[in-house]
Write a protein that binds this ligand. Structure first.
Ligand code: NI
Length: 169
């Protein structure tokens, strides 16, 4: 297992549209395990392959308090979304230190392959539903700050660029 570097907003590679996983082969299994290690180490609740510059439709999630309920979603497809919507603060490992309100469907059903390549449907609500939608956006090249106003987004962009510059200095 290895930790992978996480792309930081506004890195243009975060806007890449991911391609479907063709087969859950050893290379994908290795990516899953590296992404899980990266997510746990960074104390995130979800990570999309896009964020580690691997542009395939693969997501790892763990919203449990104990950090012991890993969930793997390969080629996820949104099967249903509730009309009811909720607005909550979101953060992202690619936009460290920034939290802001985003509106999402309160509940979703998603069909995906798991880490063994088995098809399953996940019925999610609450934090898990929000997390799945956030991560599926990454696979489409969308970062949560794109839901915010252009003013806020530009502020965040400037802050991130300053952070990155300071770290390199
Ligand atoms: Ni994110």
């Amino acid at each position: 297992m290895a930790q992978l570097p996480i792309l930081r907003y506004p890195d243009p590679r975060l806007h890449t549209v991911a391609k479907p996983v063709q087969a859950v082969d050893p290379r994908i299994r290795m990516l899953i395990s590296d992404m899980q290690e990266t997510m746990y180490e960074a104390q995130g609740i979800g990570l999309a392959a896009t964020q580690v510059d691997a542009h395939v439709r693969l997501i790892v999630i763990d919203v449990s308090e104990e950090r012991n309920q890993p969930l793997v979603l390969i080629n996820p497809v949104l099967a249903w979304a509730s009309e009811e919507r909720v607005k909550g603060d979101e953060g992202c490992l690619s936009v460290p230190g920034i939290y802001d309100g985003v509106e999402r469907a309160a509940a979703v059903h998603v069909t995906a392959l798991d880490g063994e390549g088995q098809s399953r449907t996940i019925e999610a609500e609450g934090l898990l539903a929000v997390c799945i939608q956030h991560e599926m956006d990454h696979l489409l090249g969308k970062v949560f700050v794109e839901y915010l106003s252009p003013l806020k987004r530009n502020r965040i962009k400037a802050k991130m660029l300053k952070q990155i510059k300071e770290e390199r200095a």
